[in-house]
Design a binder for this molecule. Structure first.
Ligand code: BGC
Length: 360
């Protein structure tokens, strides 16, 4: 009797497994392996990471996992209505999974909802899609920690200066990450520095960051002890404004992304720090999540039960660890990881700075 029940159970589990396999099979599986279209939507191109790192890393990993899959790709150039149109075109085109890095976290909910109506799962990539239950996974970094690392490094750089004056150049308020970076930075800086000027930078535009910094310098008579810039693009904009205004020496400036230009500025002493977010695992694990969603109805085990609330739902999440990088650890972080090689960094005028930092 007991044996019979066990057998029946095993048999029905087998049946469930078959049903799951065929339901999850939005992909076609044959002797050549799974296939199907996957859509990747990235938000902008003024920040170097998307076209130089995220896109090629995702593409290569997906190719390795699924040689017969087709990747559809678009970059929205920081225009949320363009991104909406791109996503709709991909859905019409028959994508089976959408990986979406939203320009605007709130308006991207409409994309996730439309995808859900068509039975297409969505991975929220790097930036969180807000206020919808229709997001299957979120993969990003601990973004409040990014802001804390930036704030803490800036305090270290300011050293024992009493009551230092700083300017804060935050990211685009439509990006949930920008909100987290800002909160994280404030949690460290508030009460320890005087925040003389603070800006939110629409579209994360380096040009707008330049103009914000120029305006602050005029208002403050060039007296600035430190600059909080939310990423390397805006940090670069702020530095160029200070150079144009004749600020010399440059005060410490923060950043994020470990962009090649920022790593070179750090070695040359123009930028104090960046935050290295290992985009290799982020992009590769996103490709893995997309592949899992294409080939199986079951949730990926990669999240280890971790979730992030997006205002409506607890979204299963993979959150990677960011690392602060200054001149002292360029070698043991981005170079050791192969994120940038010596040949990438140590060109022309940077050769001497590389040698001084032990990158040789
Ligand atoms: C990303 C940063 C990037 C910024 C501007 C943020 O959401 O996390 O890495 O620098 O957007 O694109």
């Amino acid at each position: 009797m007991h044996k019979l029940r066990t057998l029946t159970l095993v048999a029905s589990m087998g049946l469930i497994a078959v049903i799951v396999a065929s339901c999850g099979g939005s992909s076609t599986t044959g002797s050549t392996g799974p296939s199907g279209k996957i859509g990747l939507l990235l938000p902008e191109s003024k920040t170097a990471r998307y076209e130089t790192k995220d896109r090629p890393l995702f593409t290569n990993k997906l190719k390795a996992l699924c040689p017969n899959c087709t990747l559809l790709y678009n970059n929205a150039n920081q225009d949320s209505s363009v991104q909406q149109t791109q996503a709709e075109a991909m859905l019409t085109n028959g994508v089976k999974v959408l990986v979406l890095d939203p320009v605007d976290g709130k308006s991207a909910a409409a994309i996730a909802d439309k995808a859900k109506q068509q039975g297409v799962p969505v991975v929220s990539y790097d930036r969180l899609i807000l206020n919808t239950a229709n997001v299957n996974f979120y993969i990003s970094f601990d973004n409040a920690k990014v802001g804390q690392l930036q704030g803490t490094s800036l305090l270290t750089a300011l050293g024992s200066k009493t009551n230092p004056s700083i300017v804060m150049i935050n990211g685009d308020p439509a990006d949930n990450n920008a909100k987290l970076f800002k909160q994280g930075a404030h949690s460290v800086l508030d009460g320890k520095v005087q925040i003389k000027k603070e800006y939110d930078t629409p579209s994360w535009s380096p040009d707008k960051a330049h103009d914000e910094m120029a305006q602050a310098l005029t208002a403050l008579g060039n007296k600035v002890d430190g600059v909080y810039a939310a990423n390397d693009g805006t940090g670069g904009g702020a530095i160029s404004a200070m150079v144009s205004a004749g600020v010399n020496p440059l005060p410490p400036v923060t950043g994020q992304d470990a962009e090649l230009a920022a790593i070179q500025r750090i070695l040359a002493g123009q930028q104090y720090m960046t935050v290295y977010k290992a985009i290799v695992p982020e992009a590769e694990q996103a490709a893995q999540l997309a592949f899992d969603l294409l080939t199986s109805a079951s949730a990926s085990s990669m999240t280890n039960g971790k979730t992030t609330n997006n205002g409506t739902a607890d979204v299963p999440s993979v959150l990677l660890n960011p690392v602060a990088v200054t001149k002292d650890n360029v070698k043991t972080t981005v170079v050791a990881d192969g994120f940038w090689t010596k040949a990438d960094i140590c060109t022309g005028t940077y050769v001497a700075a590389c040698t001084a930092a032990g990158i040789n």
